[in-house]
Design a protein around this ligand. Structure first.
Ligand code: MG
Length: 205
């Protein structure tokens, strides 16, 4: 199945490379037959577009989970802060408006269920199994491990756990996602089936 993007993806704020998005799309199309897809950390919706297109094309639904208050690195004064994403009424980061504009512009609202909540809170009420879980939420070690522990057991057999921002060399970036990947492989429950830039794709055995 060829991916036809419904909008100019580079205009959507975010940190996902096109090759990583295309890999998410491919694996999402296959996984959509096993259960709904779940994205932890949507930000302004760039990765959501790729996974949403998979649901559009393969028949499926995507839960896009984010508290939309920004991660540590998005807060004022931090490295990845974007002043355009501040809510003038509260002075706090709020990415939900931008996310909704992305989904509407992409025509993906029929396939995407936004969940404005912590990923760990949603996990407690999500029975599963999910065809695919994409972990791209908080990148502190505590946040990344919490998301992994909450979600690894929700992946269907034969389904996919995808992890973003895995850098084998610490010079490339923070090591929390790499630690999550190691934990998943060491559990014996997952095997790695794809690596594209900093995206790692693991299949639940
Ligand atoms: Mg990321």
């Amino acid at each position: 199945m060829g991916l036809e993007l419904p909008l100019a993806i580079e205009r959507v704020p975010g940190f996902l490379a096109p090759e990583e998005g295309e890999a998410l799309y491919r694996h999402g199309c296959r996984a959509a037959t096993l259960g709904p897809l779940v994205e932890i950390g949507s930000y302004c919706g760039r990765s959501t577009v790729y996974l949403g297109c998979a649901c559009r094309d393969a028949g499926g639904a995507l839960f896009a989970v984010d508290h939309h208050r920004g991660s540590e690195e998005h807060q004022p004064g931090e490295a990845f802060h974007d002043p355009a994403l501040l809510d003038p009424a509260t002075g706090a980061v709020d990415t939900f408006g931008s996310f909704r504009r992305t989904m509407a512009g992409a025509g993906l609202e029929p396939f995407v269920l936004p969940v404005v909540a912590e990923g760990t809170l949603f996990a407690r009420h999500f029975p599963g199994p999910a065809g695919l879980v994409f972990i791209d939420g908080g990148h502190s070690l505590d946040a990344a491990l919490a998301d992994y522990r909450a979600w690894a057991g929700k992946v269907a057999r034969g389904g996919v756990l995808a992890i973003h921002d895995v850098y084998p060399d610490p010079a490339g970036g923070g090591q929390a996602p790499a630690a999550v990947r190691r934990l998943a492989l060491d559990s014996g429950l997952f095997e790695e089936i794809d690596a594209t830039e900093s995206l790692r794709v693991l299949r639940r055995l």
